[in-house]
Design a protein around this ligand. Structure first.
Ligand SMILES: Nc1nc2c(c(=O)[nH]1)N[C@H]1C(S)=C(S)[C@@H](COP(=O)(O)O)O[C@H]1N2
Ligand SMILES: [Mo]
Length: 321
């Protein structure tokens, strides 16, 4: 490993600084690009941007969820599909839209094992047919202090868990993507301990707000957003919502999770959105809604306190961040 990478790793950031697009620069570039006159003048190939925003197939028979956030403007399709974190396809925000289309998402199997009475392999299309799909508008808050509002399409994770029948020993769930550097070239680099894995306590997993998403904006999930199946836990930081899930394991012990293993001092297992607990390198008190100019205050549990605060009664959320 070259010394540049080693040095930046010591600072808690495994990516050479030369490869990071600072968010401010990126945003300035996007704002520049979205001005009608400026389009075509930048170094970003127009084709790559067009691909990022390409519309996927529509999903039918989707019912509106009563758990949607109301009174907040949803993010644009273009922002939601071109400003992404998906390190298997590169570490800058525009990389996933440019690179993730190479991932083949059919056929796709989800292996379910561990502390369940019905271990099984599920085909993604069978899964989509099994559960009633709902559209649910949710706030999404990345640990990097940006946010969006997305109309996800999916079903509650609890519905799948009912089918798998956790044993009495199941206390946690781990969800992980595939390990296949040929399909996910970012896995050739030691950014994280691949494959990306995330986890929840079983009561968090059973909470009605916790979703498995197969679509957004009434359409099939684009690859860069985690096709064919990704987790959504709207009161937690975005890194909990693992993309392109290929394995679900119920466990007695708390699983090791990707960002927590990488840097436990910065990324906790719980990762509940909490404006009072700063990230060691920046404040979490405010966030930028992508598309907005001014920052807004971050809300406790991302605005879902009334629904989820009782899950954490008696816990010190400063220690268990
Ligand atoms: N497999 C995988 N899942 C992932 C990530 C990743 O790098 N790999 N990034 C996470 C982070 S940090 C965020 S903020 C969200 C981003 O989701 P979005 O691109 O749909 O907004 O995906 C999460 N899920
Ligand atoms: Mo994130």
């Amino acid at each position: 490993m070259d010394s540049h990478i080693k040095r930046s790793r010591l600072l808690g950031n495994p990516i050479p600084s030369s490869e990071i697009t600072p968010e401010a620069v990126y945003r300035a570039r996007r704002q520049f690009m979205t001005g009608a006159v400026a389009v075509g003048l930048t170094g970003v190939p127009a084709l790559a941007r067009a691909e990022g925003a390409a519309k996927t197939a529509s999903l039918s028979g989707v019912k509106k969820s009563s758990l949607s956030v109301t009174g907040e403007e949803t993010s644009t399709w273009d922002n939601a599909t071109t400003y992404n974190n998906y390190y298997e396809f590169g570490t800058s925000k525009s990389d996933p839209a440019e690179n993730a289309h190479t991932l083949k998402v059919r056929p796709w199997t989800i292996v379910c094992d561990g502390e369940i009475k019905k271990p099984q392999k599920l085909d993604i299309d069978a899964l989509i047919k099994t559960f009633a799909l709902e559209e649910r508008v949710s706030r999404f808050r990345c640990v990097e202090a940006w946010s969006m509002v997305i109309p996800w399409v999916g079903f509650p994770l609890s519905k799948l868990l009912e089918k798998l029948q956790p044993t009495s020993r199941a206390k946690y769930i781990a969800l992980e993507t595939v390990y296949d550097p040929d399909r996910m070239p970012g896995q050739h680099r030691p950014v994280l301990d691949w494959p990306y894995v995330e986890g929840l306590r079983i009561d968090e997993a059973m909470h009605p707000l916790t979703m498995l998403a197969v679509g957004m904006y009434g359409r099939v999930l684009p690859n860069q957003n985690g096709a064919p199946l990704r987790l959504i836990v709207p009161w937690k930081y975005g890194f909990k919502s693992v993309k392109s899930i290929a394995k679900i394991t119920l466990l007695e012990q708390q699983p090791k999770t990707a960002w927590n293993v990488r840097n436990p001092g910065e990324y906790g297992f719980y990762a509940n959105v909490n404006p009072q607990v700063d990230h060691p390198r920046w404040s979490q008190a405010k966030e930028r809604r992508i598309g907005d100019f001014l920052r807004r205050k971050t809300l406790m549990f991302n605005g879902y306190s009334t629904q989820v605060a009782s899950l954490y009664t008696g816990m010190d959320l400063r220690k268990l961040y």
